[in-house]
Design a protein around this ligand. Structure first.
Ligand code: FAD
Length: 178
């Protein structure tokens, strides 16, 4: 049997969205940096969506590692009502080189949802078919943050002005040390 595990879950964000520049929400940017720093060490790939106050994430990698990180993520106070949507043991990886891809809900994802008659990004209500199509779309889709969000996250309390690029711009005004 395959040692790969591909988990998909939905959850509800616990923070009020803050956008310092067009594009990605501040807390989501921070989560992406943590993921891109940690996931390669665990050989985990996947995709994260955030939209309309909800998360949808797919985690793929060695079974024990995926289970471990899922426990950590489920206990994170930045979201709640973490609900497993699917758990598959594929023979091959779908998310090759990505430590954590980010695909915005706007654009192709909203188009896909509209095709299914879904108006809001409400992943708890997604059918198995929609989850599968969404993942296929994610594998194909581009990641606007791939070059701008760096894999070394700031520790809580780090001064954002020491962080170059998008990180500094995103957290410049809204940063509240946690
Ligand atoms: P550090 O980054 O050093 O953080 C130290 C501690 O502070 C951790 O306990 C962390 O939970 C907490 N913390 C840090 N920043 C904040 C903040 N702004 N608000 C509240 N608490 C904070 N992690 C991954 O490694 N891979 C993933 O794929 C992944 N996906 C995630 C998806 C979602 C929707 C969420 C909400 C979180 C995700 N995380 C992911 C983050 C994960 O829950 C842990 O926070 C992270 O793995 C801890 O990394 P670390 O041990 O390097 O701790």
């Amino acid at each position: 049997m395959s040692n790969l595990l591909r988990l998909t879950y939905a959850s509800t964000a616990e923070f009020e969205p803050v956008y310092n520049s067009p594009g990605i929400e501040v807390s989501v940017a921070r989560i992406l940096m943590q993921s891109r720093r940690n996931n390669p060490k665990r050989r985990i790939g996947g995709v994260l969506h955030y939209g309309d106050g909800y998360f949808f994430q797919c985690l793929e990698g060695p079974r024990d590692q995926v289970n471990d990180v899922y426990q950590v993520i489920a206990a994170d106070p930045r979201h709640r009502d973490v609900q497993l949507l699917s758990a598959l043991t594929p023979d091959e990886r779908a998310f090759g080189n990505w430590s954590m891809k980010y695909v915005p809900v706007e654009g192709t994802i909203k188009t896909l949802l509209a095709r299914h008659g879904v108006e809001r990004f409400q992943p708890y209500e997604f059918s198995d078919q929609l989850v599968n199509e969404l993942l296929r779309e994610c594998i194909r889709g581009g990641d606007p943050t791939a070059r701008t969000i760096e894999p070394h996250a700031a520790a809580p309390g780090d001064r954002p002005s020491n962080r170059p690029g998008l990180w500094a711009r995103l957290l410049g005004k809204a940063h509240q040390p946690t």
